[in-house]
Write a protein that binds this ligand. Structure first.
Ligand SMILES: [Zn+2]
Ligand SMILES: [Zn+2]
Length: 286
């Protein structure tokens, strides 16, 4: 179980590696473009070479998070096309840069209901996969159940994966804050076992490939996507110790997306906390 973090790409994505190592990270998540903009990732040859060199030197697994604007449940054809182009671009760049997986929010059904747009979302994501490299994972992220988000439950994520023909590149990134906000009580032994049994039943083996390790400002089932520093939220130290002890997470990288002690994002202190909890849980190290 590697403990990692989302790290800023300011100064170029390659600069995230030394920043990650400096804070003690054993895995990394970066953006390849501004997440609130449609502009496709476009690294110069120099930037790509610098990234590949930095990755080789750091020797830690790296993931990228797709932009927030894409929506595979939209009925707007322009949005659909831009979503396919953006995610396709992310997967292509991931292949070129040696990135293990692209983490994506499937989007919103905008009130039509999950079942009504599920086939469309699968068709669009299938188009993306057609041009995607063989060795890069596409990880669908669960959400906090707010609004009309698709992929709030393991059942919905499983339905999408089945709708995509169980493509081996597909997996999920489990956000602990989102799962807790959706009512998965992963903070105690019984609830964690229940949730991970449901996950295994809905998704089958080998689909859980990353964790967004975030404590939750909101309550269990509160449907609030508000991340908190490790130990300071409703999941708490006991909750993380419990979930990290579960065998299902043994080989899964934990990536922080927390506000940070100084409000500047994931930091050395949050990494230190997760590493200590990993030790206390008796979970395997990096
Ligand atoms: Zn997340
Ligand atoms: Zn979130």
């Amino acid at each position: 179980m590697r403990i990692g973090a989302h790290v800023s790409s300011a100064g170029g994505p390659h600069t995230a590696f030394p920043k990650a190592l400096a804070m003690g990270a054993e895995a990394l998540q970066v953006f390849l473009s501004a997440p609130q903009q449609w502009r496709l990732p476009a690294l110069s040859d120099e930037q790509a070479e610098a990234f590949i060199a930095a990755r080789g030197e750091a020797a830690i697994p790296v993931f990228t998070h797709a932009i927030y604007l894409s929506n595979f449940g939209s009925q707007d054809e322009a949005i659909q096309e831009k979503s396919v182009a953006s995610l396709g671009g992310y997967l292509e760049w991931a292949g070129r840069l040696g990135i293990e997986g692209v983490i994506v929010h499937v989007g919103s059904h905008l009130g039509l209901g999950f079942d009504a747009v599920r086939d469309q979302a699968c068709r669009l994501l299938g188009t993306v996969l057609e041009r995607a490299p063989e060795h890069v994972s596409l990880l669908l992220e669960n959400n906090a159940g707010q609004g009309n988000c698709m992929g709030r439950s393991f059942a919905e994520l499983g339905s999408l994966i089945r709708g995509l023909g169980d493509d081996p590149r597909l997996g999920i990134c489990l956000d602990t804050c989102h799962a807790f906000a959706m009512g998965y009580d992963i903070a105690n032994t019984e609830g964690c076992e229940l949730a991970l049994t449901e996950l295994a039943n809905e998704l089958g083996p080998g689909r859980l490939r990353a964790v967004h390790a975030n404590d939750s400002k909101g309550a269990l089932g509160g449907v609030k996507d508000r991340h908190e520093n490790i130990g300071e939220g409703s999941i708490g130290y006991d909750g993380f110790r419990t979930l990290m002890a579960h065998r299902a997470f043994a080989d899964v990288p934990f990536l922080l997306e927390v506000p940070g002690i100084d409000g500047k994002g994931p930091d050395a202190e949050n990494i230190r906390r997760l590493k200590q909890l990993r030790d206390e849980a008796g979970a395997p190290g990096a």
